[in-house]
Design a protein. Structure first.
Length: 399
């Protein structure tokens, strides 16, 4: 049986000419306009208890282009506009499936600037990409090669808040194959003093990227606050300085998480984590900044898709499981365990525990139990999956 290839997005920085930048900026504006018009039409129909699908909005787009007011939509490639309607359809599908909130309108200042081109709207030849309505190829910095023989199926062009231009190429990557089965399994307890504590006893330090650049960020934000509000050039320049600091923080955080999750997936067949609700945890005003900087949700997301790529298993256990209060040696459960208690001794067996290492060991134990039995080891509470532990794939073992 042939293994299906994984589709990966390869993202590169590029430097557009003035003409290309102007064309892309117009395209971003038209994409946002079409998305908002279609959303308004679907929302109005929704109030009348009617549903409008993608095909109907596509017909609307044709009609909009024929009006004098929206004739400028004909000046850009039609493919990104159609893709915007498809993205809106996906947003409504997720809403009706109760996987997301009702779609929101795109803001000129706050929304992500991007446009998606399918194969009919770009040309990929001799390592150069030329988009529709453009005479010259994009000046891309090829920081890493595409897979041999790969041909992009979609090209997404975007500009971040710091003014940097990126192109993302979606390709099939035949090099991503399941890794040989391993016998190792690890439990992971996330934290703030240490980003991760493993059941093996290893502790991964928290880089605190935001804290390291906090002085630089505060200075840039003060300069921005002094500028008069409006669309002035000085305020725009100050805003970009703030965005560059945020981009530096996000880039370093993402790089660290990629290296960490790749290592964990390569070394372990089974990885057990807690099913934390980070969006509720950041409501704690005293810890919100530190929790956001730790990026636990991004860590879990990377871990899950890489495990799926390489034939590994990720298990998320019930967030209410008392991993810190339970003795990993004898199973005795303590009544209380304040956060300031970092080491404790079990009254039953006399074992002295490091709080985080003990929690990681318990997380691993309950995760492996769930892997075998398909259920948790304590009374259930309300969780997204209806069970205290959720698996991605069956556990692979050596023959």
């Amino acid at each position: 049986m042939k293994t299906p290839h994984v589709k990966r997005a390869f993202k590169y920085r590029f430097y557009p000419t003035d003409a290309q930048a102007a064309e892309l900026s117009r395209t971003f504006g038209c994409v946002r306009k079409v998305y908002n018009l279609a959303l308004a039409a679907r929302t109005e129909a929704w109030t009348r208890q009617e549903r409008v699908n993608y095909n109907q909005t596509s017909v609307m787009l044709t009609a909009w282009k024929k009006t004098e007011e929206l004739a400028y939509l004909n000046e850009v490639s039609s493919v990104p506009l159609q893709q915007a309607l498809r993205h809106l359809q996906t947003a409504f599908t997720n809403f009706f499936g109760k996987r997301a909130k009702y779609p929101r309108f795109k803001s000129r200042k706050k929304s992500r600037k991007s446009a998606e081109y399918t194969t009919s709207a770009f040309r990929f030849r001799d390592g150069n990409i030329t988009l529709a309505k453009m005479a010259e190829p994009l000046d891309i910095v090829w920081s890493r090669p595409l897979p041999e023989g790969a041909s992009p199926s979609t090209v997404t062009v975007s500009q971040d808040a710091a003014g940097r231009w990126y192109v993302s190429l979606l390709c099939e990557d035949p090099s991503v194959q399941p890794l040989p089965a391993a016998n190792a399994a690890v439990g992971i307890d996330v934290g703030l003093d240490h980003l991760l504590t493993l059941s093996t006893g290893e502790k991964v330090s928290n880089p605190r990227h935001e804290r390291r650049d906090r002085v630089r960020l505060a200075k840039a934000q003060r300069q921005l606050a002094r500028k008069a509000k409006g669309d002035g050039a000085n305020r725009a320049k100050a805003r970009r300085k703030v965005a560059k600091v945020y981009a530096r923080i996000a880039d370093r955080r993402r790089d660290h998480l990629h290296k960490l999750t790749t290592r964990l997936v390569r070394e372990n067949q089974t990885i057990v984590i807690e099913d934390l609700t980070v969006r509720n945890m950041v409501k704690n005003r005293s810890l919100a900044r530190a929790i956001s900087d730790a990026a636990w949700s991004e860590f879990r997301s990377m871990l899950e898709y890489k495990a799926q790529w390489y034939g590994r298993e990720v298990i998320a256990i019930d967030r209410w499981f008392p991993s810190s209060k339970l003795c990993s040696t004898c199973g005795t459960l303590r009544d209380k365990m304040p956060l300031n208690v970092r080491t404790w001794t079990c009254d039953s067996c006399g074992t002295t525990h490091d709080r985080d290492v003990n929690a990681a060991k318990n997380i691993l134990a309950v995760g492996l139990t769930a892997s075998v039995c398909g259920a948790g080891v304590r009374p259930q509470r309300s969780t997204p999956g209806g069970q205290s532990a959720m698996k991605q794939k069956p556990l692979r073992r050596e023959p």
